[in-house]
Every structure is written in structure tokens, then in C-alpha cells.
Design a protein around this ligand. Sequence first.
Ligand code: 13P
Length: 257
Amino acid sequence: MARTPIIAGNWKMNKMPDEADAFVRELTPLIATWDNVERVVAPTFLALSAVASALRDAPIKVAAQDAHWEANGAYTAQVSAAMLAPYVEYVIIGHSECRAYLGESDENVNRKAQAILAAGLKSIIAVGESLAQNETGETVPFVRSQVRAALDGIAPGYMANVVIAYEPIWAIGSGKSASGELADNIIKTAVRDTLADLYGRDIAAAVRIQYGGSVKPANMEEFMAQPNIDGALVGGASLDVDDFAALVDIASRVKGR
Ligand code: 13P
């Protein structure tokens, strides 16, 4: 089944609203014509309003980097999916930095997924193993368990609004990416096969799965050439206009539809 590739720039804790606004205004004409690729930027909460306004008529979608599972209430420092809905189409959850530094649990990732989908938004759910888990051969069972936990109770009808991002923690920001073949193999056995167990082959074949971890123009082609990799969740390289445009260009050329 042909899947439209999705390239998402996770800006993490970078770019003030004016910088984010200037960035997307510069980026838009560079990637406007590649409409066989879904293009997404994920600014900080602070810059979401500015970026959403700047991109109102542009073919680039906006994502938030997190969302709380309750709609509102006494949850200091949190922003709910319902509050994000006017600004974003996607919400990234389960990022390894949130899991490592903010105590994000599988259970909370699941609560967030339920709330995001119920609010009519789409979710990019990040999973991935640590270096120690990788070296001791635990990658596949661990990633499988993350996928199962994140999707617990999510009805099949919502799966069109779910993207899974496989990001091995040891590859994030390290300059050390997985090889395309290795990443494809994990994505197939740990993610797509788990989706098939949970939802059947047709849904598993339709869900898009990104690779993330030190993706840059120099290695993008290798990832995009893999049969199970449907795009990338990009940190560092997405902060550079030319690199971001190059990533979209490569995705469009290698597997755009
Ligand atoms: P880098 O592309 O900087 O390795 O970050 C990947 C990432 O964490 C995207 O969510």
C-alpha cells in the first residue's frame, strides 16, 4: 500500500516566536511544491500561535510537542489537546526526552493518545530503545511493548490519525544514525508487525512509520529507500531551512506520492 511520506521537524526547546515565524516564512516557498510529501513543523508551545498564523495558507502543518490528557483543570504547566486544537493538526507524544527527563510513562502516553485523537487531532507517537537495550538484544520486545502500551484501547477507526516514530535513543542528537536497513528491520518487526497483531494487516499496511535519530540530507536517501520507512522525525537538521528543504526534496524524489 502506498503511504504518503511525512517529514516532521521537532524543534524541541528552540526558536522564539519571532524566529519561528521568520523560519517558516523562509521555508514555505522552498518546500511549497512538494505536495506528495506531508510537511510538519513542531515549535514550542510559546511559538505555536505565531507559526499557525504564518502557515495559515501554506501547505505546511503544525504540531505541538506534547499535550495533557485532561481538557482543563488544576494541572500546572500543562496544555490540553483541546486547547491546542485551534493551532495544530498533530501532537507528538512519547518522545524519549520526555520519557527520560520528565518521567513520561507508557500509561501517560496512552492517556495522551486517547485525548488527542478524541479531540480530532492526529498524533505522532515516538518509541525507541536505549543503547543498553540495543546492545543486549532487547530492542524488538521493548519497542513492541511501547507500541502496544501506547495504543491500548485505541479503536481501529482512529489509526488513520496515528503516525509512529521509531527513534533509537542512542541515535538522537548523536550524529550516529542507525543504518537504513537496520532501522527498516526494527520498524517492520517491532512496529508494523505489532500493528498487524493489534489491528490486522490492512491497517498495519496503512499506518505511516517514521525513522528519527540524526537524520540529515546526507543519510535521508538511505532511509527513504527502505520499504517500511515512511518519513522522518527530525531534530537538529530541521532547525536549518536549507537542510529541512533538502530533506523534503529527497523524500519527494525517493518515495513521494
Ligand atoms: P536529531 O535529528 O537531532 O537526532 O533528533 C531526533 C529527534 O529526537 C526528533 O524527535
